[in-house]
Design a protein. Structure first.
Lengths: 222, 272, 283
């Protein structure tokens, strides 16, 4: 998916401001680390300068990455939200959803990169139904902030867990799962024990047993 | 009400995951005749100095929370638990030791196997006031938490109550009376947003000590665990704690977390 | 000190010095056994207990300990008088044996009648056989075992210190062995240490006749006839954990109690062996 290309940039010197930021970041990080681990300042400065040199080299060597998706796959990125409502109320649709349509936001990538390196993947409990005409909807513009709107602090991430089922293999308790959409829900295959099951929103998660002995590969001892 | 369940586990440092001797299982019990109304859970800690604790734990878990269509496990009251203990001991005795090895035979007969037990149900999920009820033998502990405060712990063990010779479910038939005599029974009413944690002894002991120092932060952290690698890192860090009074003992660790919610989950979190 | 837990990363070391002098042929109290037979039986029992403690999955032992048994007096394998490993069968001649290897290589497995009426006999593995003859070269035993213990401690600097348990029924006959007396040899042994402390040397003096003045874990040698004071002097104090264990299994012990039993019968020997080898295994 990502379109990183090796080689020098097509033209021009690297952005000097970026180079300065990289150098300062490396130095600051090194000094902060020195505080934490009580390293000698001299060693820290040398390490910081080496790190800065590597960063500068990398920035000068590689162009800014552009994640280019085929036009047909472009869809708005959206963080799931839960507007406040009375107890027991169903959650309202996200702010960019059109009435009558079901949008499937891919969810946040917590390490900042889309696609293969995600640490967690947050999926809506109710997946988009097969056969809907999403390709006809086209791109949706981002919401415009209301006049005078203030930025409220983001809620504690743990608040999202209150509305989230963490997927865990019912047969062995492993967390590494292959997931696919099925009619009205999600299909799973455990990467550790090959157990398969389905889950549909509105039904309880299957009875789950933690049994590492059922997994095919164990993590090496720590 | 709905239950969001997740169980994190880590083997002792230096051991492989398959050597983990705890047991944990649970979920909502399906009833085709009506709405879902109750859930059943069990957490066990097999004694490593006992004979084949992994097999004993497996037998207990499989019987307590059987597969769909299999006979339902015991009711959580002393008479039914006694009958179940006896049935488990008989089944173990019939299976015999795993090998013809003379040492295995001796250990199977003279030492037997043992596991601490925490078994509980959540009942009344389709009503306004669900509640938990449970039985316990040993130092696997249930923590009922509301708004980052401990409502109850079961068994109610203090920091000095965790030892190396806890009560537990034993395979030797001469221990049946003692097990029933020492079996504890407990319960509590649940509300929307409540959390239940079930932890084997190393984790339970750590929690009991940690909440004396900074209760809200501890429960907030436990409630926010969302990835097994984060849990593994937490366990590793706490095992390395310099202060022995704060250190997590190097033992198998199991932490089951149940979140009681009025609403169904809106999202599914898949860890990578 | 003496706080390190036993684990596969840091296994422990337990060495037994077994008197095989001629006087061990005496009958042990009212039993049908000789001192040699009774001592060998208790040794085999404690080795089995160590295996129980170290059991991993069925059929396997975790490498929690390296174990040695050195007989002194008669040398059934090499002949004559001296010191040699008391292991037989495939382990003959082996000095310190890892527990998994011990488990897999008993000399034999014997059927022993069960004390419960109607119960099938037990099959008991045997690693050490009884033997008796010649005199009591205890200093040489300490010297030979000490060489192996020294090497072991050098290879396991972070383990719980080695535990050496000497079982004897008589007076040492080789005092002055290589220019050192028993006190000096014992001190050399106890000077071997790991980062968790010096080696522990415990002694058991067996009595052929049932005595009411048998003493277990004393904290002084007051009133002990020879060789009681000599053996008491070379016995290490029980570390706190073993002190707690001793109390926990019903022994009366006081502060300063030593790993020593005098005029011991079979039960006292078993108790000392149990307390002296029960160290913290990672659970």
């Amino acid at each position: 998916m990502s379109a990183r290309r090796a080689g020098p940039p097509p033209g021009g010197a690297p952005d000097l401001w970026l180079l300065l930021v990289a150098a300062l970041a490396a130095l600051g990080g090194g000094l902060a680390a020195a505080d934490i681990v009580h390293a000698k300042i001299v060693v820290t400065l040398v390490v910081s300068l080496v790190v800065a040199a590597i960063a500068i080299f990398a920035i000068s060597r590689w162009p800014s990455p552009r994640l280019e998706l085929p036009a047909a796959e472009q869809r708005p990125q959206q963080l799931p939200g839960r507007p406040a409502g009375p107890p027991g109320s169903r959650p309202a649709p996200g702010p960019t959803a059109r009435p009558g349509a079901q949008q499937v936001p891919p969810g946040p990538d917590l390490d900042g990169e889309a696609g293969t390196n995600a640490v967690v993947q947050l999926l809506p409990a109710q997946p988009e139904q097969a056969g809907s005409d999403w390709w006809q909807k086209g791109p949706v513009p981002p919401p415009q902030p209301s006049a005078g709107a203030r930025r409220a602090p983001a809620p504690d991430l743990s608040a999202y867990l209150a509305f989230t089922q963490i997927a865990q293999c019912p047969n062995c308790g492993a967390f590494g799962l292959e997931i696919g959409q099925i009619r009205g829900g999600w299909g799973f295959r455990c990467e550790s024990c090959a157990y398969t099951w389905a889950w549909r929103p509105g039904t309880p998660w299957p009875t789950t047993r933690v049994a590492p002995g059922r997994r095919r590969e164990s993590r090496p001892p720590s | 009400m709905h239950i969001q369940m997740v169980t994190f586990s880590e083997p002792k440092a230096g051991y492989e995951a398959k050597e983990w001797q705890d047991g944990a299982c649970g979920g909502v019990i399906s009833d085709p005749r009506g709405p879902v109304s109750r859930a059943r859970f069990i957490v066990l800690d097999g004694a490593s100095t006992a004979y084949d604790p992994v097999r004993w734990v497996d037998q207990l878990v499989t019987s307590f929370i059987p597969a769909p269509g299999a006979p339902v496990g015991p009711r959580l009251e002393p008479a039914s638990m006694r009958a179940w203990f006896a049935q488990m001991q008989d089944r173990w005795a019939k299976a015999g030791p795993q090998s013809n090895d003379a040492i295995d035979e001796q250990m199977w007969r003279d030492v037997g196997s043992m596991a601490t037990l925490l078994a509980f149900e959540i009942v009344g999920l389709d009503g306004p006031e669900p509640y938990w009820q449970g039985v316990a033998l040993g130092d696997t502990v249930l923590f009922h938490v509301r708004d980052n405060r401990l409502v109850a712990s079961f068994p109610p063990l203090g920091p000095d109550d965790f030892g190396t010779n806890p009560d537990g479910v034993r395979t030797r038939k001469d221990s049946l009376d003692m097990m029933v005599e020492r079996l504890l029974v407990g319960g509590g009413v649940l509300a929307d947003g409540d959390l239940i944690f079930a932890a084997t002894d190393a984790m339970a002991h750590w929690l009991v000590r940690a909440i004396l120092r900074e209760e809200q932060k501890v429960w907030h952290t436990m409630a926010g665990l969302a990835h097994p690698d984060v849990f593994a890192r937490f366990v590793t860090d706490q095992r390395k704690e310099i202060d022995a009074a704060k250190r997590l003992k190097n033992d198998d660790v199991t932490l089951m977390r149940l979140r009681i919610t009025a609403d169904q989950p809106s999202f599914l979190l898949a860890c990578r | 000190m003496y706080e390190r837990e036993i684990s596969r990363t840091n296994p422990g070391c337990v060495v037994f010095l077994l008197d095989r002098s001629d006087s061990m042929k005496q009958q042990w109290g009212n039993s049908q056994e000789t001192l040699a037979q009774g001592a060998a039986r208790e040794l085999n029992n404690i080795l089995l207990e160590l295996l129980f403690t170290s059991q991993g999955e069925p059929g396997k032992a975790r490498h929690y300990f390296d174990v040695g048994v050195f007989g002194y007096g008669i040398r059934p394998m090499a002949g004559g008088e001296g010191v040699e490993s008391a292991f037989g069968g495939r382990l003959a001649g082996h000095a310190l044996v890892p527990l998994p290897e011990l488990r897999d290589n008993p000399i034999t497995v014997r059927e022993v009648a069960s004390p419960d009426a109607g119960a099938p006999p037990s099959r008991v593995p045997i690693w050490v056989e009884a033997a008796h003859g010649y005199k009591t070269p205890m200093c040489q035993a300490v010297a030979v075992a000490g060489a192996h213990v020294y090497q072991w401690a050098a290879s396991h600097p972070d383990s719980f210190p080695p535990i050496i348990i000497n079982i004897t029924d008589g007076l040492v006959t080789d005092n002055g062995y290589e220019g050192a007396n028993l006190d000096e040899w014992a001190q050399r042994l106890m000077n071997i240490q790991t980062s968790d402390g010096p080696s522990l040397l415990f002694n058991v003096f067996l009595s052929p006749t049932p005595m009411s003045n048998g003493v277990l874990f004393p904290n002084s040698d007051r009133g002990l006839p020879p060789p009681g004071p000599d053996l008491f002097r070379i016995s290490s104090p029980l570390p706190p954990m073993m002190l707690s264990n001793a109390i926990g299994v019903g022994n009366y012990v006081e502060q300063g109690a030593r790993g020593f039993a005098f005029n011991a019968d079979s039960k006292m020997l078993a108790r000392l062996l149990e307390v002296g080898t029960r160290v913290g295994v990672r659970d």
